[in-house]
Design a protein around this ligand. Sequence first.
Ligand code: HEC
Length: 217
Amino acid sequence: MRIFLTIYVFAIIAAVSILGFRGSISTKPPLEVFPDMDRQARYKPQAENEFFADGRNDRSVPAGTVARGNYFNQVEVFSEDFEDTRLGDTAFNQGKNADGSLVKKIPVEVSYELIQQGKEKYDIFCSACHGAAGDGNGVTKPYGVLAASYHDARLRSVEDGHIFDVITNGKGLMLPFNDRISPEERWAIVLYVRALQLSQNANVEELTSVQRTELGF
Ligand code: HEC
């Protein structure tokens, strides 16, 4: 009986001390058994900072800074003998010629590997809206995303630079991808989009005689 009473009283004290003070307000700092990383001395992005004359935390790059590569290839960029051969190459980086007009043809060497790379990236970044065949029938269609079909006559005749520009900067309701797809990968995707277009609209005249016989033309 005595043991029972001891446990009973102890249980009541424990219940009241754990549950009884819930919701009560205290001005004292809470007891932190494991503070982990709750409090850190740090600067938050876009916050104010009295230390700098303009009062901003975020610092702009010093005047005259020249971009060194990009963050897609960090290992190379920070290696001693890195040389960005494409720096200032507007055709490669923006899909535009120096006069601002769109480049007509893909400015990188076209290969089967590049198409395969393009397919991989297309499946990751584009197919959800544009569909695996590029006809605009992606899984997001039932939710109201009306992505363009690449098999429109207009999109078949646009410059390669236009598709690159749409991937880079977005268009209308489509989001830009310049922050997550490198220029090289964007050209690979452009190439794959061209391959998708050909898959639905190829000219028999462009096939070799062997290919024509194989296909029964
Ligand atoms: C979140 C959905 C979504 C994703 C992902 C997406 N697109 Fe689009 N895309 C759209 C929509 C919507 C349009 C129609 C834009 C408009 O005209 O308002 C469009 C239009 C286009 C066009 C036609 C532009 C024109 O001139 O009319 C191209 C080319 C294109 N997208 C390529 C791509 C490629 C390549 C990718 C992958 C890197 C991609 N899109 C990823 C939704 C998407």
